[in-house]
Design a protein around this ligand. Structure first.
Ligand SMILES: C[S@@+](CC[C@H](N)C(=O)[O-])C[C@H]1O[C@@H](n2cnc3c(N)ncnc32)[C@H](O)[C@@H]1O
Length: 284
């Protein structure tokens, strides 16, 4: 049986994030429970602090948010954002993630934090969200749609599960709308994908899917700083990781990080916070 492009991409992401190498790398070098691009106040800042700031910044955009609201985090990683949202606002959060390795740690951390009555961790794909229409007030996602082989479906699914007037907020490492395709090939090859999203792509798809407002806060410099910082930290932790993360994984990661930094420097990449609101009247 041949898998469709979207299924293949999901399987690639699942196998990658389930692997011991990736699990140990992300849990130690990247940012612990937050494995996304950070917001740096200075370029030498600690990765964890900057990564948590992204969550705080995005959460600030969602106020007012309270115990009456339901949030779904698409591609939730180890659940750092979900726990932050639940703890800060008392809202209920579903973590949807295709990596069961990450889900296991997410459940442990959530139980340890005493948040299991508010945070639910589920295995599943954001290309086929296992919830009925109009289930959530907020759809949240950080640096995960990149892994999709069908981002149009992801946007349609986000619109479907949002209540009328519900909000979508996400970040995604994207290509600049003007980027020549060849320039991104080394990045695409490493993540085994044929394309990346772009602001133009998301704006069009959001509108088609029934979102009435959308805006993008561009912060591509943060992508550059973040990948540079991760490369520095990885180089520093090499000894510590010996025997835990394969040498060739570390080598490939360092090459991949350098590609991201180069892509950002040449203006071919984009990153920032995208926000959209679903039309208040449902036409479903
Ligand atoms: C870079 S990590 C970001 C994790 C988390 N959002 C964070 O910021 O800490 C990307 C995440 O997307 C998840 N992912 C990739 N493809 C997915 C899919 N089709 N459905 C659900 N999750 C997916 C991965 O398992 C991983 O947890």
């Amino acid at each position: 049986m041949t898998l469709a492009k979207a299924d293949t991409a999901t399987k690639v992401a699942e196998d990658y994030y389930d692997s011991d190498d990736a699990d140990r790398f992300y849990a130690t070098v990247w940012g612990g429970e937050d494995i996304h691009i950070g917001l740096y106040q200075d370029p030498g800042e600690d990765v964890k602090t900057a990564s948590r700031r992204t969550v705080e910044y995005m959460a600030g955009k969602l106020k007012p948010l309270g115990p009456e609201h339901r949030v779904i985090d698409l591609g939730a990683g180890y659940g750092g954002a979900a726990r932050y949202l639940a703890k800060t606002f008392g809202c209920k959060v579903v973590c949807l993630n295709v990596s069961e390795t990450q889900n296991r740690l997410n459940r442990e951390l959530t139980a340890k934090a005493g948040l299991d009555s508010l945070v639910t961790v589920m295995h599943g794909s954001f290309e086929d969200i296992p919830f009925p229409a109009e289930s959530f007030d907020v759809v949240w996602s950080q640096d995960a749609f990149l892994h999709s082989g069908n981002r149009q479906k992801v946007v349609t699914e986000a619109a479907r599960v949002l209540k009328p007037g519900g909000r979508l907020i996400f970040t995604d490492p994207m290509q600049a709308d003007t980027a020549p395709k060849d320039a991104l090939q080394p990045i695409l090859d490493r993540i085994h994908l044929s394309s990346m999203g772009s602001v133009g792509f998301y704006s069009r798809e959001l509108q088609t899917a029934g979102f009435e407002t959308a805006n993008f806060l561009a912060m591509t410099d943060q992508l550059k700083t973040h990948y540079s910082r991760i490369a520095e930290e990885l180089a520093k932790s090499r000894k510590l990781l010996a025997g835990k993360v394969a040498e060739d994984y570390v080598e490939r990661m360092l090459t991949g990080l350098a590609n991201w930094v180069k892509g950002a420097e040449s203006g071919h990449l984009a990153w920032g916070v995208l926000q959209a609101r679903k039309a208040a009247t449902s036409h479903a």
